[in-house]
Design a protein around this ligand. Structure first.
Ligand code: PLP
Length: 455
């Protein structure tokens, strides 16, 4: 048979492009995307897919926004580059805007990716404690199942064994506690008691590790990629209380949860806290260009001021805070505001959650459906009583069947052996009601037609 254009592209792709995290399977080639419009992606053969994951939880304002392309074009013409050892106008304007969104007083340190932003947080916290005379504070606490990035420090903070074990030894000084997995709490235990137990675990960890050695705690407001684990409303307040009690700095990793994804400007704004450091990326530019931020409370920055030898933060990256990325981020935030996409995310999240719960609660494999704004998870089990997770094979089948029907959804792959059983959804905040109804109808159809019977 004569080869089509796509066949030859697939061959060229398979012989040259090393795909991120995906297993190499010749018979299951990657989709070659050529265009994006709103919530939809179109591949080389003209097939349309609703992107129920906004790429990697990042295209918050949807695809194909000309305003962002124009912002990048105009900025590139004017000033394409300036290292942030000095400054430029888009960096200044964006820093002010981010502070407005954070409702706080933060210094804005620019990098390129979420991993970078977390590395910056770890390094500057260690230096901060040293400059405070607390030389022994170097450890960080995070949670099992959470993801914080792929570079050595961020991966060390990550609590997903399957992503880590082949790259060990990782950075030292990273400790992990249990995640707020309310669905899998002990039988007959109230959520309140379960969360108090988690807080006892955190305090015990701090004490047993010697409290003067703990530098920081890093958490997402809710664990997203690790399975959409949403804490009790009082959880983060308690975490912050413990951090204050023991002189530990609290980092909120808002790489996914920021910029309206959870139905508030930032995920931590659902809780009554003011983090010391907030890291952000993805939705900051809706992924039109790479950019990330480590926002650091101004009182922490005070310790890095002055000309005294070695007092400043000795960290640099070439592309961080690129003028065009900052200009694109500013335009992205303008669109989020103008189109009320944060509020829309909250409403669309409720709509999806209600419809999915109504439609799927009686499905034998649907153990739990949960979400906050446009971060949703469907936990699939063999048996609702024992909560035994469905197999990875079944998960892969559901994701593949959805794709055949034109819907891209995610799953919490690579977390922990045996617990990769949560379908994830994170469509663009700009998704229309028709888009949401399409997601609901495909998921209902695919799950109804494919039941796991491995009990
Ligand atoms: N933190 C969280 C919560 C993430 O989900 C991610 C990426 O998915 C990262 C950090 C790392 O971001 P990046 O892939 O831009 O390095």
């Amino acid at each position: 048979m004569e080869k089509t254009k796509t066949d030859s592209l697939i061959e060229r792709d398979q012989s040259n492009v090393w795909h991120h995290i995906s297993p190499y399977v010749e018979e299951n080639p990657a989709m070659i995307a050529v265009k994006g419009e709103g919530s939809w992606i179109i591949d080389y053969d003209g097939n349309r897919y609703l992107d129920g994951m906004s790429g990697l939880w990042c295209v918050n304002i949807g695809y194909g926004r000309e305003e962002l392309a124009k912002a990048a074009y105009e900025q590139m013409k004017e000033l394409c580059y300036m290292p942030l050892t000095q400054s430029h106008i888009p960096a200044i304007k964006l820093a002010e805007k981010i502070n407005e969104w954070l409702e706080g007083e933060y210094m804005i340190f620019y990098s390129n990716s979420g991993s970078d932003a977390n590395e910056v947080a770890f390094k500057l916290i260690r230096q901060y404690h040293q400059q405070n005379g607390e030389h022994g504070r170097f450890k960080f606490i995070s949670r099992h199942r959470a993801y914080h990035g792929s570079s050595m420090g961020a991966l060390s903070a990550t609590g997903q064994a399957l992503r880590k074990y082949k790259y060990e030894p990782l950075a030292s000084g990273f400790l992990h506690i249990s995640p707020p997995d309310s669905y899998r709490r002990p039988d007959n235990m109230s959520i309140e008691t379960f969360h108090s137990m988690l807080m006892e675990e955190l305090e015990r960890k701090i004490i047993w590790e010697q409290k003067e050695t703990i530098a920081g705690v890093i958490m997402e407001p809710l664990i997203t990629g690790g399975g959409v684990l949403i804490p009790h409303p009082s959880y983060l307040e308690k975490v912050q209380e413990l951090c204050k009690k023991y002189g530990i700095l609290l980092i909120m990793d808002e790489v996914i949860c920021g910029f309206g994804r959870t139905g508030k400007k930032f995920g931590h704004q659902h809780f009554n806290i003011k983090p010391d450091i907030v890291t952000m990326a993805k939705g900051l530019t809706s992924a039109y260009l790479p950019l990330s931020v480590t926002a650091v409370k101004k009182e922490i920055f005070e310790k890095f001021k002055g000309t005294e030898e070695n007092v400043h933060f000795r960290h640099i990256n070439t592309f961080g805070g690129n003028p065009s990325s900052c200009a694109v981020a500013l335009k992205n935030l303008e669109i989020l505001e103008k189109e009320n996409l944060v509020e829309k995310s909250a409403q669309s999240g409720i709509y999806l959650l209600e419809h999915l719960k109504n439609g799927l609660h009686s499905h034998p494999n649907v153990g739990d459906i949960r979400g906050l704004g446009l971060v949703l998870g469907i936990e699939l089990v063999e048996d609702k009583f024992t909560k035994v997770p469905v197999s990875s094979k079944y998960m892969a089948k559901i994701v593949a069947e959805c794709k055949k029907e034109g819907l891209i959804i995610g799953k919490n792959g690579d977390t922990v052996d045996g617990y990769n059983n949560i379908l994830t959804l994170s469509p663009p905040l700009s998704s229309t009601e028709d888009d949401l109804n399409f997601i609901i109808s495909v998921l209902m159809k695919v799950l109804q037609n494919n039941q796991s019977t491995q009990k």
